[in-house]
Write a protein that binds this ligand. Structure first.
Ligand code: ASP
Length: 593
């Protein structure tokens, strides 16, 4: 193998242009492709900036040409020569106007034939790409994604720095901080039988930094959550984590709205319209069937319960009488595009959200059909059509259930499915909005108790706080989520800063005094020493980059991601450890693994 001796790189491949013609140039990188035409050999050389054509023509010594002809894909090369303008230019390539007439070629490393070709766009299976992630990362597409990620992180730090925020690192080995998921545990060797948790977020530490007087904190923070992985979740992910003192929710929202405006301008050159819309949670659910509504298209949900409350049709009347509702959407002008069969597949979508079924009216030009109108009186039928503003050509879709959330979430899911299917979403549009006035609690059917909708440190609205014990379901939180194109980009809240209220909150979550002390004693104690009013937010960095890169998955913007079952296909982990390591940690495996 050759060495680099007496050679040092002068340029990156992708930056060379016609204006550089005549310069002595040394480049380095990986061979993308070799074309050997005997007296003329071409090698496309790739580095992180792009691709440059190397040419070995008859002016080059025979043995140099032969050496070039032996170059295979992904060999590591260094080449020196004179840059010249090409006679036949390639307008597809930024460097397509020039080529390097090589005088010295060094082969610094050989490569086996890679398991897939390294090209910008690829349809190689993702498992293979992840097993050989270091090769996948050579592709221009991945390089662009990671570069965008870097620019976003850089702009983020710049913005918060300019606004007086201090980046502080919080620990990775902590006492558990609940964010509603399971924590990853780290066994302690020196405290046999005891465990650290990896942070689900730096929540408590950032609050303690406020108590400590740091006033404005931010961190690009790695977080860990051991969830049953749903699509597009990672066990470790990154947040832009922010906390501020002496603020109300308006202050936090304004600062972070300014951040997003700055980021879009800086990184994408996009001017976002301000102020962002604010939609109360109840309205988001009622109109869009989601607490992260995508408002780039219509298909708004209409409550049809009133005119149907007294109908003979039991499915509708029963839903209302049982405390639920009947609601529908009008898919405008879709009769020609939604066949009966397609309506059946929409019914399947509604069913996955626990709806019993999907009632429809299809106002096709040739023949109207409906699954429910025959059961309604003329007045009821007309009322439904009027409320949904039905016109010829429309399709009306209706869900009825005794549980209101089932009606709403299934129609919400249908909105999304229909928008994608009917291509209702304008391309390159960014729809940013805040959802506010969240409930403080969620009722967990499984355990039969209330859980914090956000986390246990979120403050109730002062006017609702008296109902914490008597009517928890009706208490609203000082919480807000930021939504981009129907995706939750981040969320936060004004925190509880009164220790007595914090204890009432813990109690409302079913934690007795002893458990509170055992789990959060340090926080409650800290709160006795002067805690300022404070609040904050965290953005999901991976999602943010994914949306700005226009990718379909966060794995496309993470250098070394895990797959659905939390495994790392490249390093093949998690993996068993030897007995000695287990013994040192005082861990015995149960055997029924
Ligand atoms: N710690 C919260 C989260 O990870 C964000 C916040 O409340 O600031 O979702």
């Amino acid at each position: 193998m050759d060495t680099m001796q007496n050679l040092s790189r002068t340029h990156y491949c992708g930056n060379l242009r016609e204006a550089d013609a005549g310069k002595a140039v040394t480049v380095a990188g990986w061979a993308q492709k070799t074309r050997d035409k005997g007296s003329l050999v071409f090698v496309d050389l790739r580095d992180r900036s792009g691709v440059l054509q190397l040419v070995f023509d008859d002016a080059a010594p025979e043995d140099l040409r032969k050496k070039a002809g032996g170059v295979r894909a992904e060999y590591v090369l260094m080449a020196t020569g004179v840059l010249r303008e090409r006679t036949a230019k390639n307008s597809d390539l930024p460097t397509g106007g020039v080529e390097l007439a090589v005088r010295d070629l060094r082969i610094l490393a050989k490569s086996e034939t890679p398991p897939f070709e390294i090209t910008d766009h690829t349809n190689v299976k993702e498992e293979l790409r992840l097993k050989y992630r270091y090769l996948d990362l050579r592709r221009g597409e991945m390089q662009q994604n990671l570069r965008l990620r870097h620019r976003i992180v850089k702009a983020t730090r710049d913005f918060y720095d300019k606004n007086g925020f201090l980046e502080v690192e919080t620990p990775m080995f902590i006492k558990e901080t609940p964010e509603g998921a399971r924590s990853y545990l780290v066994p302690s060797r020196v405290h046999p039988g005891s465990f650290y948790a990896l942070p689900q977020s730096p929540q408590l530490y950032k609050q303690l930094l406020m108590l400590a007087g740091y006033d404005r904190y931010m961190q690009i923070a790695r977080c860990f959550r051991d969830e049953d992985l749903r699509a597009d979740r990672q066990p470790e992910f990154t947040q832009i984590d922010v906390e501020m003192s002496f603020v109300t929710e308006d202050d936090v929202m304004q600062m972070n709205e300014d951040f997003l405006v700055f980021l879009f301008k800086e990184v994408m050159g996009i001017e976002l319209p301000t102020p962002f819309r604010r939609i109360p949670y109840a309205e988001a659910m009622a109109r869009y069937g989601s607490d992260k509504p995508d408002t780039r298209f219509g298909l708004e949900i209409v409550d049809l319960s009133e005119p149907l409350r007294g109908t003979e049709f039991k499915v509708f009347a029963g839903a209302v009488a049982g405390g639920g509702s009947v609601r529908g959407i009008n898919v405008k002008g879709a009769a020609a595009r939604l066949s009966r069969k397609e309506i059946d597949s929409l019914t399947a979508v509604a069913r996955t959200y626990r709806a019993g079924g999907l009632a429809f009216t299809r106002l096709a030009a040739d023949a109207e059909s409906s699954s429910y109108e025959k059961f309604l009186s003329d007045a009821e039928k007309q009322a439904v059509r009027d409320m949904l503003k039905a016109e010829p050509g429309d399709v009306l879709l209706i869900v009825a259930d005794t549980k209101d959330p089932t009606v709403l979430t299934s129609l919400g899911a249908l909105r999304g499915t229909l928008a994608a299917k009917l291509e209702l979403i304008p391309p390159n549009s960014y729809d940013l909005l805040w959802v506010v006035d969240f409930p403080l609690f969620d009722y967990d059917e499984e355990s039969g108790r209330y859980v914090a909708m956000h986390h246990p440190f979120t403050s109730p609205k002062p006017e609702d706080a008296h109902k914490l014990e008597s009517d928890p379901a009706s208490v609203r939180a000082r919480a807000y989520d930021i939504i981009l194109n129907g995706v939750e980009l981040g969320g936060g809240s004004v925190r509880i800063s009164d220790p007595a209220l914090q204890q009432r909150m813990f109690a409302a979550l079913g934690m007795d005094e002893a458990t509170q002390q055992e789990r959060f004693g340090f926080l409650l104690e800290a709160f006795r020493y002067g805690v300022p009013p404070h609040g904050g937010i965290a953005f999901g960095l991976d999602r943010l980059v994914m949306l700005l890169a226009g990718c379909g998955s966060i794995r496309e913007v993470i250098a070394f991601p895990k797959v659905q079952n939390a495994g790392d296909l490249m390093a093949d982990c998690p993996s068993p450890v030897d007995q000695k390591s287990l013994d040192e940690l005082h861990i015995a495996l149960t055997g029924n693994l």
